[in-house]
Design a protein around this ligand. Sequence first.
Ligand SMILES: [Fe+2]
Ligand SMILES: [Fe+2]
Length: 268
Amino acid sequence: MSHTSLRGVMNRLLDPTSTPPAEGEPLLLHGEGNHRIYWVGIRHATAFRCNTYLLIDGEEALLIDPGSRAFFPQVRESVARVVEPNRVMGLVLCHQDPDVAASLPDWLALNPRLTVFTSPRTQVLLPHYGVSGYRFYDVEAEPEYQLAGGGGLRFIGAPFLHSPMAFATFDQCSGALFSGDIFAAIDNSWQLVVTQWAAHTAKMDLFHLDYMASHVAAQGFARRLRELPLQAILPQHGSIIPHDFVPDAIGYLEQLQCGLDVLYPDLS
Ligand SMILES: [Fe+2]
Ligand SMILES: [Fe+2]
C-alpha cells in the first residue's frame, strides 16, 4: 500500500472539490505498509456524535472507542468493509461510559478471545455490562504495547478527564493521539476534520466546561502531550484535529478553566 499520512488525508478531506464518502463507508485516515487507521464512526445526525477508529497493524485489528449498543450494527458493518468483524482482536476502552464501552458484550459475542485494553478502575465497572472473564490488558501497569505488525501504542494517563483513570492512546507509527473524551466537541454541523480553530473552541467549550474536572487536571495532561510528536488528535466526539491545530489544542487545555473551577470560583 502506498503511504497515506494523516496530514495528507486531512488535506484531501478538507478539499472542497473531493467527493464525500458514502454512508457506512470507512474512511482511511492513515496507511503506511501494514499499518492503517480507519474512521468507522456513525453519521447519525446528533450533536453528541460518536467516533470509532479501527487500527490495523499486520494481523492485528483493534477498535478504539467501539461505542454504544445502539450503534453496534452500524459500526460492525463499517468494520466489515475492512476486516471480518470477528477478527477484531482488541477493544481500547478509555473509560467505562456507555457511549464508549456498552457494545463490549456484542464484540465479545463475535470474538470471545479479544482483549480489553483499559485501566483497572474501568475494568472493575465493565462487568456491569453483563460480561466478565475476558482477556484484560492493564494500561496502567503496561503503558507500552507492541502491536503484531511491529507498531507500538503508548497509553497516557489522563486522570479526571473526565473519568478518574481515563487515558489516551498514542499510535507511534502515525503520530495519532486517540484522545477519547478529551478534545471532544458538541456540534450540530459536524465535519470530520476541524477547519477553523477559533470556531471549534466554542464547540469544545460546550463539552469541556461541564465534563472535565479542573484546570489542574487539564494542565497536567497537556504537559504529558508536549513530549509527544503528535500528527493529529482523534477524539471520540466531534471533529479530528489536524496537525496544524495540535499546538492550539494543547494550548486550549493549558488555559482551560472547567468543572470545579467554574462551580466553585471562590475556591480556585
Ligand atoms: Fe465519557
Ligand atoms: Fe464520550
